[in-house]
Design a protein around this ligand. Structure first.
Ligand code: S3P
Length: 448
C-alpha cells in the first residue's frame, strides 16, 4: 500500500509529446475480472490486468476468502471457488484507497454466510458507504459501520452476510456503477430474481462480464428510459479467458497532455472506448481537440481503439450534466484542459465529485487557483476561464499542489505542470500507484 511518507515531485515545462504508448489495464474491468473469476467453478486466465494498488487489494481480499490467485509471466490465473463457496476471512480486509474494492466486495460478502471487516486509508475512511449499506441491508445483511461528522456510515465496517439472502428490486438513488455492481454481486448467491432499476446509465462492465461468465442476466429499457437489470440466482459461473483493455481513465492524462502541449502528436494504443466511459473524448472533440480513433475493434466484448491525438487550440464549452456519468473520473483532467482553453468552460451536476478519493471540486479549484487560473467553484461544478493556450502560473515561487491522497488529482496537476512557466510541485506522487503504475515513465517516454 501507499507509504505514509509523502513523496513530492516537480513537473517542469515540456517540449512536444510524441510517440506511441500503451497504458495499463482498465481498473474497473480488472476488479471485476478477479472477482468473477474467483466465483467461477474452475480456472480463469486474465491478461492485461492492472497491477495497481486498488486491484491488488481486491486480489488480496479474494485470496483471504478462499480463491487461489497466481501470476506467471504476464498471465494471472484464478482458481475459482464457485458462487456460495467463499470462506470467512481470518483478518480484516484492507481496501487501501479503493472505493470500488470496498463496495463491490461488501456486496459479495452480503449474501454469503460469512462476515468480514473492511478497513482502508484516511481517504477511503471518509467516504460514504450508506449507499451500499441500504440495499444490502434490505437483502438481509447486517452491517455495522462507524459514524463520522459527515456521514452516518464509513469504514471501518463489518458486514455479516446472510445465506440465503432476499432478492430485491432496487431503484438506484445515485448514478453509481459501484452500487449497481454491489447489488448484482450479492444477487449471484441469492435465490430468485434481483432487479435493479437504473434511471441514469453508468458503466456497464458488470452486466457485460456477468453475461460472459454465463450468468442469467437480462437488461431492458422501460418506457421512461430506465434500464432494468434482472439477475437470476443462484448463478453458476463458467471460467473465462479475459483480456483487459487499456484504461480510458488513464489514457485521458496522455490525451489531454498531447492536446495542450504545442507540437504534440501521439498514439495511445489499445484503449477501451466503451460509450459508458468515453464521455471525455467526446467533450474534448467538442472543444476542438484533434482526437481520432484508429483500428476500432472488439476485445472480450469491449470496444477498443488506438487513439491518435494532436495538439489543438481548445475552446471553452458548456458541458451538460447528463454526460457526467460517462466521464465521472475524468473531470480533474478535463478541468486542466479547460484551464488551457480559450474562453469559459462551465460544468454542472457534479455533486458526486465531492465524494470521490477527495472532494475533487474543491481540490481542483484550490490547485488551479494556485496556478493563477480564474474560476468559480459552485456546489455542483466549476466554471473555468481558460488561458487561451498561455502557460499557467506566474510568480517567482513554484506552486505546491495538495493531492489529498487522490491519484487523479496528482496526475492532473502533473500534466498541468508541463504547461506552466516554471513548473509546479505535487506534494505526494505516491497515490498514483493506486491506478497507474508507470505513469511518470510513460510521460517521460513521450517527452524524450
Ligand atoms: C467505478 C465506478 C465509479 C468510478 C470508480 C470506478 C467502478 O464510481 O468513479 O472509479 O468500477 O464501478 P461510482 O460508482 O461511485 O460512480
Amino acid at each position: 500500500m501507499t507509504s505514509n511518507t509523502p513523496q513530492p515531485v516537480t513537473f517542469k515545462p515540456s517540449g512536444p509529446l510524441t510517440g506511441k504508448i500503451s497504458v495499463p489495464g482498465d481498473k474497473s474491468i480488472s476488479h471485476r475480472a478477479l472477482i468473477l473469476s474467483a466465483l467461477a467453478v474452475g480456472k480463469s486466465r486474465i491478461t492485461g490486468l492492472l497491477e495497481g494498488e486498488d486491484v491488488l487489494a481486491t486480489a488480496a481480499a479474494m485470496r483471504a476468502m478462499g480463491a487461489r490467485i497466481e501470476k506467471k509471466d504476464e498471465v494471472w490465473t484464478v482458481h475459482g471457488v464457485g458462487v456460495g463457496g467463499l470462506i470467512q476471512p481470518a483478518v480484516a480486509l484492507d481496501m487501501g484507497n479503493s472505493g470500488t474494492s470496498t463496495r463491490l466486495l461488501m456486496g459479495l460478502v452480503a449474501s454469503h454466510g460469512i462476515s468480514a471487516t473492511f478497513v482502508g486509508d484516511a481517504s477511503l475512511s471518509k467516504r460514504p458507504m450508506g449507499r451500499v449499506i441500504d440495499p444490502l441491508s434490505e437483502m438481509g445483511a447486517d452491517i455495522q459501520a462507524r459514524a463520522t461528522s459527515d456521514y452516518k456510515s464509513c469504514l471501518p465496517l463489518t458486514v455479516r452476510g446472510i445465506c440465503p439472502a432476499i432478492p430485491i428490486e432496487y431503484r438506484l438513488p445515485v448514478a453509481s456503477a459501484q452500487v449497481k455492481s454491489a447489488i448484482l454481486l450479492a444477487g449471484l448467491n441469492t435465490p430468485g430474481i434481483t432487479r435493479i432499476i437504473e434511471p441514469v446509465l453508468t458503466r456497464d462492465h458488470s452486466e457485460t462480464m456477468l453475461k460472459g461468465f454465463g450468468a442469467d442476466i437480462n437488461v431492458e429499457t422501460d418506457a421512461e428510459g430506465c434500464r432494468i437489470i434482472s439477475l437470476t440466482g443462484e448463478a453458476e459461473l463458467k471460467p473465462q479467458k479475459i483480456k483487459v483493455p487499456g484504461d480510458p481513465s488513464s489514457a485521458a492524462f496522455m490525451v489531454v497532455a498531447a492536446l495542450i502541449i504545442p507540437g504534440s502528436d501521439i498514439i495511445v494504443e489499445n484503449v477501451g472506448i466503451n460509450p459508458t466511459r468515453a464521455g471525455l473524448f467526446e467533450v474534448l472533440q467538442d472543444m476542438g481537440g484533434d482526437i481520432r480513433f484508429r483500428k476500432k475493434r472488439t476485445v472480450g466484448g469491449e470496444p477498443v481503439a488506438d487513439i491518435h491525438v494532436r495538439h489543438s487550440s481548445l475552446s471553452g464549452i458548456d458541458i451538460a450534466a447528463d454526460i457526467a456519468p460517462s466521464m465521472i473520473d475524468e473531470f480533474p483532467i478535463l478541468f486542466i484542459a479547460a484551464a488551457m482553453a480559450e474562453g469559459t468552460t462551465t460544468t454542472r451536476g457534479l455533486h458526486e465529485l465531492r465524494v470521490k478519493e477527495s472532494d475533487r471540486l474543491s481540490q481542483m479549484a484550490k490547485g488551479l487557483e494556485a496556478l493563477g487560473v480564474e474560476l468559480t467553484e459552485k456546489d455542483d461544478g466549476l466554471i473555468i476561464h481558460g488561458s487561451g493556450g498561455k502557460p499557467l502560473a506566474g510568480g517567482r515561487t513554484r506552486p505546491v499542489i495538495e493531492t489529498a491522497l487522490d491519484h487523479r488529482i496528482a496526475m492532473s496537476f502533473a500534466v498541468a505542470g508541463l504547461m506552466t512557466k516554471s513548473g509546479l510541485t505535487i506534494d505526494d506522487i505516491a497515490p498514483v500507484q493506486t491506478s497507474f503504475p508507470g505513469f511518470q515513465n510513460l510521460m517521460a517516454e513521450l517527452s524524450s
